[in-house]
Design a binder for this molecule. Structure first.
Ligand SMILES: [Zn+2]
Length: 611
């Protein structure tokens, strides 16, 4: 008996020696030669969650096309893990995302270190006292697992890295507004759920060689509400000097006018609502694009991302009320603009022709003629840092602009348009019964499409859009989108034909340009004769065209179409009639007040999480 007890005693585990758990991240353990797989990344995060359940919570916000979970880490010192909790405690929500381009993965490894230093090692325990962090370690999870040493030709490590496209070959950082990919649908659900106050999107740059280990980009002040823009400009002005005190050298994003000659100066890369920061701007939110420099060692790049994200969070945590006030103000300003019938909204931007001087901390370089490319070849000498003054054309000014209507109307049958409104959290109302209106609409003509696909679409490159008055019967279920709402700018971008990321420009409404019924030549021959007999002016026009347009005269199809296109058999097909109508304030109120005989239900999709 006694010996049995002794065996039992000896087989019990001895108390573990007082040894700290090893929280070395996988990239640190590999000396930053490699970056962990998605499974190893999640395993590390789950260990953190298990060790600090009151500070870290993992959430799945979607599933990738190849079936992987899309994971977000919610982190807060006091266990605030919901948007309702954040709002009740007056804490700003900061969304930091890595791996939208998964070959550019510093943000993931920096994020694991940062969460560790916040949650378990006691290095920065107060970082998230006054902020709720939503961290996406890898946005493009399928692209991350499509790993190869050859995925980033311009980049210095890690040994193997993810692929720029997700598994359906879409670039997620062009997908924000058109939202083709399952990943972007998941992200938009997360966005509607949290309504983050600030977004940081972490990348690695390509392009020139220079001294900076990190460059950063904010949308031009003309591209978003002044309150949100002022906050981000002031914040970066405060944070960058602290960042440089940590031993980094940072610059505004460097898009060179001539990639083979930095002395020609820098320009704005353009961005737009298909990109992360451009999309946040439409949603009245400040956003920061971080680009670590691809030729610095991976360890330096991870540290560069870590320090800037940590300083941003510290800054926000010191003064959360100012960020909350800025985003609330931006939402209110945007909704209030609907009261000003003469307000203009810019749809496109161009470079301000006036440049400012910029002291570029670059490297000496030489340019030589290359026999291979029959062009200039630039070769940098990283051993010779030089500071050169170059022109900076980063500032943008509005180009094409529009006067927004008081509301848009989308006839019920355009379900693909209505679905996009819902994706983006745009509030709308549905008509319960049919209503006939005389409203402003666009007649489109002369469409020209791109010859090559871009992100799976043949984009509509140019089109003439003329405002006309249309007499339309809107079926029950048609959607009214009043623009006195925070998401008004997203609606304008989606629905104005001249907006570069409109659904029309992405080729999602191409069918409206198609003729469905054609006239047989034998029938059109007769039609032409009847029309000519009745209309001498038409005969004169036809004869003028025969004389002045040789191509027309040589084409029997064009000659017959001349008559078909001027006949009711053609006009009834309404080619080019853009389906979305624009309402002025009186008409919006009339439709909204049609509530007696035809009640309008409650707002249908006001930022409600469909889950
Ligand atoms: Zn990138």
């Amino acid at each position: 008996m006694r010996s049995w007890l002794l065996v039992l005693f000896l087989s019990l585990p001895l108390a573990a020696p007082a040894q700290a758990a090893d929280w070395t991240t996988p990239a640190e353990a590999a000396g930053f030669r490699t970056t962990p797989s998605y499974a190893d990344t999640l395993a590390y995060l789950k260990r953190l969650e298990a060790a600090a359940p009151g500070k870290i919570r993992l959430q799945t916000f979607g599933v990738s096309p190849q079936g992987r979970p899309m994971t977000a880490v919610i982190a807060n010192a006091n266990g605030v893990f919901t948007p309702e909790g954040a709002r009740a405690a007056k804490l700003p929500v900061v969304l930091v995302q890595a791996g939208i381009h998964p070959g550019e993965i510093e943000g993931k490894d920096a994020g694991l270190m940062l969460l560790r230093d916040f949650a378990v090692t006691g290095k920065i325990p107060h970082l998230l006292d006054h902020v709720v962090l939503v961290f996406i370690p890898v946005f493009s999870v399928d692209g991350h697992e499509n790993s190869s040493p050859y995925n980033r030709i311009n980049q210095n490590g890690p040994d193997s890295m993810g692929f720029r496209g997700q598994s359906q070959y879409l670039n997620l950082n062009r997908d924000y507004i058109k939202a083709d990919s399952p990943e972007m649908h998941a992200w938009l659900t997360l966005w509607r759920h949290w309504r983050p106050d600030f977004l940081t999107d972490i990348h690695t740059t390509d392009g020139a060689d220079y001294q900076y280990d990190l460059t950063w980009y904010l949308e031009d002040p003309n591209k978003l509400d002044a309150a949100a823009s002022d906050w981000q400009q002031k914040t970066m002005a405060a944070v960058i000097p602290l960042y440089e005190k940590r031993g980094h050298l940072a610059s505004i994003y460097l898009e060179f006018k001539d990639g083979k000659d930095p002395s020609q100066g820098i320009v704005n890369f353009g961005s737009g609502p298909r990109f992360s920061t451009g999309y946040a701007a439409l949603q009245n939110r400040p956003a920061l694009l971080i680009e670590t420099h691809m030729l610095k060692p991976y360890a330096v790049r991870v540290r560069a991302a870590y320090d800037l994200v940590a300083l941003m969070l510290e800054h926000i945590g010191r003064d959360p009320a100012t960020l909350l006030a800025a985003t609330a103000q931006a939402d209110a300003d945007t909704a209030k603009r609907a009261q000003d019938a003469s307000a203009r909204v810019a749809l496109t931007f161009k470079s301000d022709p006036a440049s400012t001087p910029y002291a570029l901390k670059g490297y000496a370089f030489r340019q030589s003629h290359s026999d291979i490319s029959a062009s200039n070849w630039i070769q940098y000498d990283p051993g010779k840092p030089v500071t050169t003054e170059i022109p900076n054309w980063n500032r943008l000014v509005p180009d094409v602009s529009t006067t927004p209507p008081a509301a848009y109307v989308i006839p019920a049958q355009w379900t693909n348009i209505i679905a996009r409104l819902r994706d983006h959290g745009i509030a709308y109302r549905r008509l319960d019964c049919a209503v006939t209106v005389d409203a402003e609409g666009y007649q489109l003509s002369d469409p020209k499409w791109a010859a090559q696909p871009f992100e799976g679409h043949l984009m509509l490159q140019s089109v003439a859009a003329n405002l006309v008055t249309r007499h339309e019967t809107l079926p029950a279920g048609s959607v009214i989108v009043p623009l006195d709402q925070p998401a008004a700018n997203v609606a304008i971008e989606l629905l104005e034909p001249d907006a570069p990321d409109s659904l029309l420009r992405w080729g999602m409404l191409d069918a409206i340009f198609e003729i469905k019924e054609y006239g047989e030549p034998r029938v059109l021959e007769k039609l032409a004769r009847d029309m000519l007999a009745k209309d001498p002016a038409l005969r004169a026009e036809f004869e003028r065209k025969l004389k002045s347009d040789a191509g027309f005269a040589a084409s029997s199809r064009a000659r017959l179409n001349f008559f078909f296109q001027r006949s009711p058999w053609y006009s009834v097909q309404r080619a080019g009639a853009y389906p979305v109508l624009r309402l002025d304030a009186r008409m919006r109120d009339t439709l909204v007040a049609a509530g007696k005989p035809c009640p309008i239900p409650e707002i249908d999709s006001a930022y409600r999480d469909p889950r």
